[in-house]
Design a protein. Sequence first.
Length: 271
Amino acid sequence: MATTQVNGVSVGYDDRSDGETLVLVHGHPFNRSMWRPQVDFAVAAGWRVVAADLRGYGESTVVPGRTTLDVFARDVAGLLDRLGVPRFVLGGLSMGGQVVMECLRQFPERITGVLLADTSAPAETDLGRELRNELADRLLREGMAGYAEEVLPKMLAPRNISALPEIARQVSAMMRTTSPVGAAAALRGRAQRPDYVETLRRVEVPTLVVVGSDDEFTPIGDAELITECVPGATLVVVDGAGHLPNLEREAVFNAALGRLLQQVAAAGGQR
């Protein structure tokens, strides 16, 4: 666990082990701890893993107003510059996946493999913009507690709340402890989300697309579109999982991630 200055903000991050590098970007309204099972798995498989808190989340600086995806992407690049990592496999879930797609738009030459989990590529709709801005207003007005309780049965498949009580507590705690100011800024930024479909069509590295079978936020159709756009992409639908298959079905998710990392290594990795 460490912090460093990136683009004028303090960023909290974990940097574990050495070797070829996997970078993981968390979703909203979470923090880097959501990736702990994957960090442990990839480190055991011989990879260096970097997982950071996006600005506004976790231990990173809370910035009010509006934080767009291009700002998050520049922070990712800036952190990896500070750590001396020129090329890397890049993965993200939900909003983190959209940050990954923005990174693919800004600096594809640095990315050797891609993980896109439970995320969506098209531009935000008019209705989506309205709803995100309304939710931002609500979080600033009410805080995170009511929202966290409301969306837990969508973040996790409802049956997993009782079947996986420790995971449910972890997810709830991440949401409740997120700054409403940081979360609102990210929501307002995502309300301006551009279309990433054409960016995905230009991806030339091994790509894994994962989605929970019961994901209500970004359903299977969203994952299928991404898979159709990226040449040679692999789609894994995780049965019995909602929006967080990396936590709800850790073993299945890690097995798919392991195959991606092997594919990257076989393709020449980061030479």
